[in-house]
Design a protein around this ligand. Structure first.
Ligand SMILES: [Zn+2]
Length: 412
């Protein structure tokens, strides 16, 4: 008996290692940082690696990669105006597969963009693989202060599903922190996101293999999502490719609540897997994340459709006819934010040019700051007298001139 157990263990190991490929090991903080920097450096025309913050306890750098076409030639203002998809991982340090997901997606976009610049044209991707380096290095959910970073954001902070007691490592916990946005890691992530024209924000976690909404829309503490039609459109499209279903979050003050509530990007948690640090034995890391990566691809490839998106289908001296090809409605609003007209998804409308400026917004949600990035259509800017004699010249869809109100006020 004494010898049987070791024998069985050996036999099991020999058997389980059968597929000839070596068992893949997930990154750790140092290897992820090195690989991310190396990856970005392979694409100097379209990617910039940066370190833009330090963790609370161990002074580990928080690093990101910024991706856009000819990125080194863009001014900060031009970069910040581009429709942006932001993905981050490891708010919870013990959710290693979330980091792998962000890294693999970054790799995919860089490879595809290098082969085909159209894949990147007109938009921007920002990736932060590790929001919580201290936790990630130590396999702890919380940051150095025992705060659950995904309960610390200043939007609905502390409303439900949080604790007022400091968590310890490796025990979990949902300590919201002493005040909203109290943690350095939270602040670093917010500062980064304030420099984006945010269309989509995916925050990667692991555990439940599904999608989490920015806040509860059912039951106690439910608050409607203003752009629910858009969310629903995207979630349905997403389920079609990834099979992932969505649910309410379990706690308030999550990064995605701030992402949508304050920064007006369609924001969800993608719970990328049901495992955390276990070595991958039955598949590859990429194989384990294939559904989530398909969902990321879908969002990236349709980024400009997140919200109302108007195209001109006909124009003459007195009017333009526009079609909304976006996944959400476009809203004609007054200066006082009153909605006076809606162009629904798929709808075509004729607009007289006699009015000067029609302000069409791509979302209803306005965010906490009054002047968040939204789009408006300036009709005067598209009146082109040269075309009056030949109105047919604009038959082909032309994206309306979009005046981007990009006033990214930064809190210092
Ligand atoms: Zn998590």
């Amino acid at each position: 008996m004494k010898y049987i157990l070791p024998f069985l263990a050996l036999a099991f190991l020999a058997f389980s290692a059968q597929p000839s490929e070596a068992v893949e090991v997930l990154h750790n903080y140092y290897s992820m940082k090195e690989d991310t920097e190396e990856l970005a450096n392979q694409y100097p025309d379209i990617a910039i690696y940066s370190e833009h913050g330090m963790s609370t306890g161990l002074d580990l750098e928080i690093f990101s990669v910024d991706v856009a076409l000819n990125i080194t030639e863009l001014s900060q203002e031009e970069l910040e105006a581009l429709p942006t998809m932001y993905i981050d991982g490891a708010h919870h340090g013990n959710e290693g597969m979330s980091v792998e997901a962000t890294f693999l997606f970054l790799q995919d976009v860089l490879e595809r963009s290098a082969a085909n610049p159209d894949y990147l044209a007109g938009k921007r991707l920002v990736v932060t693989p590790v929001v919580n380096p201290d936790g990630y290095l130590q396999d702890c959910r919380n940051n150095w202060n025992g705060v659950d970073l995904n309960r610390n954001y200043p939007y609905m902070w502390g409303m439900y599903g949080t604790s007022d007691t400091r968590g310890s490592c490796p025990a979990s916990g949902t300590y919201r922190g002493p005040s909203e946005g109290s943690e350095i890691e939270t602040q670093v992530n917010m500062e980064l996101m304030r420099g984006m024209n945010l269309y989509v924000y995916f925050s990667a976690h692991t555990g439940s293999n599904d999608i989490v909404l920015p806040w509860k829309i059912t039951g106690e503490f439910a608050v409607p999502i203003a752009d629910w039609d858009l969310y629903e459109y995207f979630l349905n499209e997403s389920t079609n490719v990834s099979g992932l279903t969505y649910r309410d979050p379990s706690g308030a003050g999550e990064s995605i609540a701030w992402g949508y509530g304050a920064r007006t990007g369609v924001s969800v948690i993608v719970e990328v897997d049901d495992m955390q640090w276990s070595p991958i034995e039955l598949t590859t890391i990429r194989g384990a994340l294939s559904n989530e990566l398909l969902m990321y691809d879908l969002a990236w490839e349709n980024l400009e459709l997140f919200g109302g998106h108007l195209e001109i289908v006909y124009e003459n001296p007195s009017s333009v006819t526009v079609k909304n090809i976006g996944w959400g409605a476009a809203y004609n609003v007054t200066a006082g934010s009153e909605i006076i007209e809606i162009i629904e998804t798929g709808e075509t409308k004729k607009i007289n040019k006699k009015s000067n400026v029609l302000s069409y917004k791509r979302l209803i949600q306005e965010g906490e700051e009054a002047d968040l990035t939204l789009m408006s259509v300036n009709l005067t800017a598209i009146i082109n007298t040269d075309n009056e004699a030949t109105p047919s010249i604009n038959f082909i869809s032309i994206t309306l001139c979009l005046a981007i109100v990009s006033t990214l006020r930064r809190r210092k």
